[in-house]
Ligand binder design. Sequence first.
Ligand SMILES: *Cc1c(COP(=O)(O)O)cnc(C)c1O
Length: 396
Amino acid sequence: MSSQNPVFIPGPTNIPEAIRKACDVPTMDHRSPAFARMFKPAIAGVKRVLGTEAGQVFIFPSTGTGGWEAAITNTLSPGDTVLAARFGMFSHRWIDMCQRHGLNVQVIETPWGQGAPIAAIEAALAADASHRIKAVLATHNETATGVRSDIAALRGALDKTGHPALLYVDGVSSIGSMPFEMDGWGVDLAIAGSQKGFMLPAGLAILGASPKALAAMETAQLPRCFFDFRDMVKSYAAGGYPYTPSVGLIAGLAASIEMLEDEGLEQVYARHHRLAEGVRRAVAAWGMKPCAASPDLYSDTVTAVVVPQGCNGTALVQLAAEKYGVAFGVGLGEVAGKVFRIGHLGMLTDVMVLSGLATAEMCMADLGWPVTLGSGVAAAQEYYRTSAAQSVKAAA
Ligand SMILES: *Cc1c(COP(=O)(O)O)cnc(C)c1O
C-alpha cells in the first residue's frame, strides 16, 4: 500500500512494527523446550496485565468470541441460570451465545448508552435466595456504545448480597488499555483477545480463571473439547499445548507485554485516558455527544459519537474508507446509522488521533453535516498541547 493510514476502529488495532516483527518467527516445534521458554513469560506477563496472582491464564488459538465460549462451557451446565444485562451489541452477542448453549439467561434489558445496572443486578441477586444464578456476566467495556461499566461495584453487589455466583467479565476491549484488576475485583473469568489492547493480529483468546472458576470446571457439564481447560491444565504443566498453538502470535504476545510494561501499565492507561479526552473535546466542539449517557460511563478506548438528526453515521464511515482510506467503526444493532465510532486504543499517539479527527471533519463537510472544519481538531489540539504528554517517550 502506498499510503498506510492508522485505523480508528476499536479493534483490530494498529500493530506496532516491533510486534509485527516479533510475530515473524520461523517454524518451531511447539513440543520443544524453545517453545516452552517463549510461552512461559507470555503467560506470566498476561497475569500481570490481568492483575491476577491467584488465577490461571489460558491462551487459545481463537478470538474473543471463543473466549466467551471457553468461559461458559468450562464452568456451567445445561439449564444453569446466568444473569446478564443487555446494553449493546457485545453484551447482546454473549447473551445469545449462552442461550444457544442451553443456558437460562436472566436478562436485564438496559438502554444502550447505559452500563451494567448495578442496583438492578443487586436486586436480582437479593431476590435469588435459592442461589439459582450460577454466574453474572458483565461486558466491562461495551464496544458498541463506548460505555465502561463499574466492575468493582458489581463485585460489591455480589458481596453485599452474599451471593456465591461466579463473576465473568468480558474485557476484550479494555484489558491492556484501561485499568483491570482481576483479583482486586474478584473476577472469576476474565476474557481478552489479541487484536485490541495487545496490539496483535486477531487469533488468540486470552483468559484468566480464578481458583473458584477452576473448581467449577470439575463439575461443569456443558460439552467442550477444543476449549477444555482440563486439557490445557495438563498440557501447560508439561510446558505445551494439547494441539498446535499459534506460535507466531504467542511470540508477538510476549513482545506486546514487553512494550506495555516498558511504557508502564499505569502510563498506558493514562495515555488512553488523555487520547480519549481529546476525542471527547472534539466531539463536544462539533456540537455532538457520546452515546455513553454520562461522564462516569465514558470509555477510554472507544467513543461512539451520536450524529445529528438527519445524518447517517454509516455514510461517514463509508466515505472515510472510500475517499480517504481511513477506517472508523459503524454503529451496530440498535444504534446502526445513529452513531459512528472512533476507536482510540492500542498503538496511538496524539498526532495519530488528530489525523483521525481531521478526517472525520472532512467527511462531515463532504456530507453536508453542520460542522466547522477544524473545530474538533482545534479543541483536541488545545487539550493535547496543554496536558502532560506522557505518551511521547522518544522526546525524553
Ligand atoms: C471485539 C469484542 C469481542 C469479540 O471479539 P472477537 O475477537 O471479534 O471475537 C467481544 N467483546 C467485546 C467487548 C469486544 O470489543
